[in-house]
Write a protein that binds this ligand. Structure first.
Ligand SMILES: C[S@@+](CC[C@H](N)C(=O)[O-])C[C@H]1O[C@@H](n2cnc3c(N)ncnc32)[C@H](O)[C@@H]1O
Length: 218
Protein backbone atom coordinates (compact mmCIF):
# COMPACT_ATOMS: atom_id res chain seq x y z
CA UNK A 1 0.00 0.00 0.00
CA UNK A 2 1.69 3.23 -1.16
CA UNK A 3 0.75 6.66 0.15
CA UNK A 4 1.96 10.08 -0.91
CA UNK A 5 4.21 11.46 1.85
CA UNK A 6 2.21 13.46 4.34
CA UNK A 7 4.46 15.64 6.54
CA UNK A 8 1.64 16.35 9.05
CA UNK A 9 1.82 12.71 10.08
CA UNK A 10 5.19 13.32 11.77
CA UNK A 11 3.40 15.53 14.31
CA UNK A 12 0.19 13.51 14.54
CA UNK A 13 2.21 10.38 15.24
CA UNK A 14 3.03 11.59 18.74
CA UNK A 15 -0.67 11.37 19.69
CA UNK A 16 -0.72 7.61 19.25
CA UNK A 17 2.91 6.74 19.91
CA UNK A 18 3.50 4.39 22.85
CA UNK A 19 -0.24 3.93 23.38
CA UNK A 20 -1.61 2.58 20.10
CA UNK A 21 1.53 2.57 17.96
CA UNK A 22 4.94 1.13 18.80
CA UNK A 23 7.82 1.94 16.50
CA UNK A 24 10.98 1.18 18.43
CA UNK A 25 12.49 -1.53 20.59
CA UNK A 26 9.68 -3.91 19.79
CA UNK A 27 11.66 -6.78 21.32
CA UNK A 28 10.75 -5.38 24.78
CA UNK A 29 7.30 -6.95 24.33
CA UNK A 30 8.56 -10.48 23.69
CA UNK A 31 7.01 -12.75 26.31
CA UNK A 32 5.26 -9.73 27.89
CA UNK A 33 2.05 -9.48 25.86
CA UNK A 34 -0.07 -10.76 28.75
CA UNK A 35 1.19 -7.81 30.78
CA UNK A 36 0.23 -5.38 28.01
CA UNK A 37 -3.23 -6.99 27.59
CA UNK A 38 -3.99 -8.86 30.84
CA UNK A 39 -6.30 -11.87 30.53
CA UNK A 40 -6.83 -11.43 26.80
CA UNK A 41 -6.18 -13.93 24.05
CA UNK A 42 -3.58 -12.47 21.69
CA UNK A 43 -4.56 -12.28 17.99
CA UNK A 44 -2.13 -11.04 15.38
CA UNK A 45 -2.68 -9.65 11.90
CA UNK A 46 0.42 -9.35 9.71
CA UNK A 47 0.18 -6.57 7.12
CA UNK A 48 -2.80 -4.92 8.80
CA UNK A 49 -2.98 -1.97 6.39
CA UNK A 50 -5.11 0.88 7.72
CA UNK A 51 -6.55 -1.34 10.45
CA UNK A 52 -10.15 -1.82 9.44
CA UNK A 53 -10.04 -5.56 10.16
CA UNK A 54 -8.37 -5.49 13.55
CA UNK A 55 -10.37 -2.54 14.86
CA UNK A 56 -13.59 -4.21 13.67
CA UNK A 57 -12.59 -7.50 15.31
CA UNK A 58 -11.48 -5.75 18.50
CA UNK A 59 -14.86 -4.04 18.81
CA UNK A 60 -16.65 -7.39 18.36
CA UNK A 61 -14.32 -9.26 20.74
CA UNK A 62 -13.39 -7.22 23.80
CA UNK A 63 -12.22 -10.48 25.43
CA UNK A 64 -9.34 -10.64 22.93
CA UNK A 65 -6.46 -8.32 22.04
CA UNK A 66 -5.61 -7.54 18.42
CA UNK A 67 -2.11 -6.61 17.38
CA UNK A 68 -1.35 -5.46 13.84
CA UNK A 69 2.07 -5.50 12.20
CA UNK A 70 2.54 -3.02 9.38
CA UNK A 71 5.72 -2.16 7.53
CA UNK A 72 4.58 1.12 5.94
CA UNK A 73 4.95 3.88 8.51
CA UNK A 74 2.08 6.16 7.46
CA UNK A 75 -0.26 3.20 6.99
CA UNK A 76 0.64 2.00 10.51
CA UNK A 77 -0.19 5.47 11.80
CA UNK A 78 -3.66 5.41 10.17
CA UNK A 79 -4.38 2.02 11.73
CA UNK A 80 -3.33 3.28 15.18
CA UNK A 81 -5.42 6.44 14.79
CA UNK A 82 -8.45 4.36 13.81
CA UNK A 83 -8.10 2.30 17.00
CA UNK A 84 -7.74 5.43 19.12
CA UNK A 85 -10.73 7.16 17.52
CA UNK A 86 -12.84 4.07 18.16
CA UNK A 87 -11.83 4.22 21.85
CA UNK A 88 -10.56 0.64 21.75
CA UNK A 89 -8.25 -0.50 24.53
CA UNK A 90 -7.56 -3.95 23.07
CA UNK A 91 -5.64 -2.96 19.93
CA UNK A 92 -2.13 -1.85 19.10
CA UNK A 93 0.03 -1.58 15.99
CA UNK A 94 3.67 -2.54 15.61
CA UNK A 95 5.56 -0.66 12.91
CA UNK A 96 8.03 -3.07 11.40
CA UNK A 97 8.69 -5.92 9.03
CA UNK A 98 7.19 -9.30 9.91
CA UNK A 99 10.56 -10.89 9.12
CA UNK A 100 11.38 -9.98 12.72
CA UNK A 101 8.20 -11.32 14.29
CA UNK A 102 10.08 -13.92 16.38
CA UNK A 103 11.96 -11.09 18.09
CA UNK A 104 8.66 -9.53 19.24
CA UNK A 105 6.62 -12.60 20.26
CA UNK A 106 7.72 -15.54 22.38
CA UNK A 107 6.96 -19.14 21.58
CA UNK A 108 3.23 -19.89 21.83
CA UNK A 109 2.29 -16.29 22.68
CA UNK A 110 -0.21 -15.88 19.83
CA UNK A 111 -3.59 -17.65 19.82
CA UNK A 112 -4.71 -16.69 16.32
CA UNK A 113 -2.94 -15.40 13.25
CA UNK A 114 -4.50 -13.49 10.34
CA UNK A 115 -3.06 -12.76 6.91
CA UNK A 116 -5.43 -10.62 4.87
CA UNK A 117 -4.80 -9.66 1.24
CA UNK A 118 -1.07 -10.02 1.60
CA UNK A 119 1.05 -8.48 -1.15
CA UNK A 120 1.22 -11.11 -3.95
CA UNK A 121 4.82 -10.51 -5.13
CA UNK A 122 4.02 -12.14 -8.51
CA UNK A 123 7.61 -12.46 -9.76
CA UNK A 124 9.15 -15.84 -8.95
CA UNK A 125 12.36 -14.21 -7.76
CA UNK A 126 10.34 -12.39 -5.07
CA UNK A 127 8.57 -15.50 -3.76
CA UNK A 128 10.46 -15.31 -0.44
CA UNK A 129 8.74 -12.01 0.29
CA UNK A 130 5.27 -13.58 0.19
CA UNK A 131 3.95 -13.79 3.73
CA UNK A 132 2.89 -17.41 3.13
CA UNK A 133 6.35 -18.54 1.96
CA UNK A 134 7.64 -21.47 4.07
CA UNK A 135 10.33 -19.23 5.61
CA UNK A 136 7.50 -17.18 7.16
CA UNK A 137 5.57 -20.33 8.11
CA UNK A 138 8.58 -21.47 10.16
CA UNK A 139 8.38 -18.19 12.10
CA UNK A 140 4.62 -18.42 12.60
CA UNK A 141 4.86 -22.00 13.83
CA UNK A 142 6.98 -20.88 16.77
CA UNK A 143 4.76 -18.05 17.92
CA UNK A 144 1.38 -19.78 17.49
CA UNK A 145 0.06 -21.55 20.60
CA UNK A 146 -1.03 -25.20 20.29
CA UNK A 147 -4.50 -25.30 18.74
CA UNK A 148 -4.03 -21.86 17.19
CA UNK A 149 -4.71 -21.41 13.50
CA UNK A 150 -3.80 -19.20 10.61
CA UNK A 151 -6.62 -17.55 8.66
CA UNK A 152 -5.75 -16.36 5.19
CA UNK A 153 -7.93 -14.29 2.83
CA UNK A 154 -6.98 -13.02 -0.61
CA UNK A 155 -8.51 -11.96 -3.90
CA UNK A 156 -5.40 -13.22 -5.71
CA UNK A 157 -5.91 -16.76 -6.96
CA UNK A 158 -2.25 -17.27 -7.93
CA UNK A 159 -1.13 -16.29 -4.42
CA UNK A 160 -3.84 -18.48 -2.93
CA UNK A 161 -2.75 -21.53 -4.94
CA UNK A 162 0.90 -20.89 -4.05
CA UNK A 163 -0.07 -20.55 -0.38
CA UNK A 164 -2.11 -23.77 -0.28
CA UNK A 165 0.92 -25.58 -1.72
CA UNK A 166 3.21 -24.00 0.85
CA UNK A 167 0.85 -24.91 3.74
CA UNK A 168 0.56 -28.51 2.55
CA UNK A 169 4.28 -28.90 1.83
CA UNK A 170 4.99 -27.58 5.34
CA UNK A 171 2.72 -30.33 6.72
CA UNK A 172 -0.06 -28.02 7.86
CA UNK A 173 -3.61 -29.29 8.14
CA UNK A 174 -6.15 -27.34 6.12
CA UNK A 175 -9.45 -27.28 8.01
CA UNK A 176 -11.30 -24.86 5.72
CA UNK A 177 -10.89 -23.85 2.09
CA UNK A 178 -13.17 -21.64 0.01
CA UNK A 179 -12.65 -20.04 -3.37
CA UNK A 180 -15.65 -17.80 -2.74
CA UNK A 181 -15.80 -16.92 0.94
CA UNK A 182 -18.78 -14.57 0.65
CA UNK A 183 -20.93 -17.38 -0.77
CA UNK A 184 -19.65 -20.10 1.54
CA UNK A 185 -20.64 -21.57 4.89
CA UNK A 186 -17.67 -19.94 6.60
CA UNK A 187 -18.06 -17.02 8.96
CA UNK A 188 -16.52 -13.73 7.89
CA UNK A 189 -17.06 -11.31 10.75
CA UNK A 190 -15.22 -8.27 9.39
CA UNK A 191 -14.23 -7.29 5.87
CA UNK A 192 -10.85 -5.66 5.34
CA UNK A 193 -10.33 -2.52 3.24
CA UNK A 194 -9.03 -4.54 0.30
CA UNK A 195 -11.73 -7.14 0.68
CA UNK A 196 -14.48 -4.57 0.42
CA UNK A 197 -12.85 -3.05 -2.65
CA UNK A 198 -12.39 -6.36 -4.47
CA UNK A 199 -15.66 -7.97 -3.50
CA UNK A 200 -17.67 -4.89 -4.48
CA UNK A 201 -16.00 -5.16 -7.92
CA UNK A 202 -17.24 -8.77 -8.13
CA UNK A 203 -13.95 -10.55 -7.41
CA UNK A 204 -14.45 -13.73 -5.34
CA UNK A 205 -12.50 -13.91 -2.11
CA UNK A 206 -10.38 -16.96 -1.35
CA UNK A 207 -10.15 -18.14 2.26
CA UNK A 208 -8.45 -20.90 4.16
CA UNK A 209 -7.79 -21.94 7.72
CA UNK A 210 -4.58 -23.85 8.40
CA UNK A 211 -3.18 -25.51 11.53
CA UNK A 212 0.37 -26.49 12.32
CA UNK A 213 0.68 -30.13 13.29
CA UNK A 214 1.80 -30.72 16.85
CA UNK A 215 5.46 -31.70 16.72
CA UNK A 216 7.09 -33.98 19.28
CA UNK A 217 9.68 -32.09 21.31
CA UNK A 218 13.14 -33.69 21.11
C1 LIG B 1 -2.37 -5.32 0.11
S1 LIG B 1 -2.25 -4.54 1.66
C2 LIG B 1 -3.63 -5.27 2.58
C3 LIG B 1 -3.97 -4.49 3.81
C4 LIG B 1 -5.09 -5.09 4.70
N1 LIG B 1 -4.66 -6.34 5.30
C5 LIG B 1 -6.35 -5.28 3.91
O1 LIG B 1 -6.72 -6.44 3.68
O2 LIG B 1 -7.00 -4.29 3.58
C6 LIG B 1 -0.84 -5.40 2.36
C7 LIG B 1 -0.23 -4.66 3.53
O3 LIG B 1 0.77 -5.49 4.11
C8 LIG B 1 1.89 -4.69 4.45
N2 LIG B 1 3.06 -5.59 4.44
C9 LIG B 1 3.61 -6.19 3.36
N3 LIG B 1 4.68 -6.93 3.70
C10 LIG B 1 4.81 -6.80 5.06
C11 LIG B 1 5.74 -7.30 6.00
N4 LIG B 1 6.75 -8.11 5.62
N5 LIG B 1 5.59 -6.97 7.30
C12 LIG B 1 4.58 -6.15 7.67
N6 LIG B 1 3.68 -5.63 6.82
C13 LIG B 1 3.78 -5.95 5.52
C14 LIG B 1 1.91 -3.63 3.38
O4 LIG B 1 2.62 -2.47 3.79
C15 LIG B 1 0.43 -3.37 3.16
O5 LIG B 1 -0.06 -2.33 4.00
Amino acid sequence: MRLRRKPWIDKALTEVLESYLYMEKLERFRGQWQQRFPGKEICLEIGCGKGRFITGMAALHPEKAFIGIETARDVAFFAARKAKEAGLTNVCILYGNAEHVEEWFAEGEVAQLYLNFSDPWPKARHAKRRLTHHNFLARYEKLLAPGGSLHFKTDNRALFDFSLEEFRAYGMELTAISFDLHHSKYENEVQTEYEERFSSAGTPINFCEAHFKQRQKA
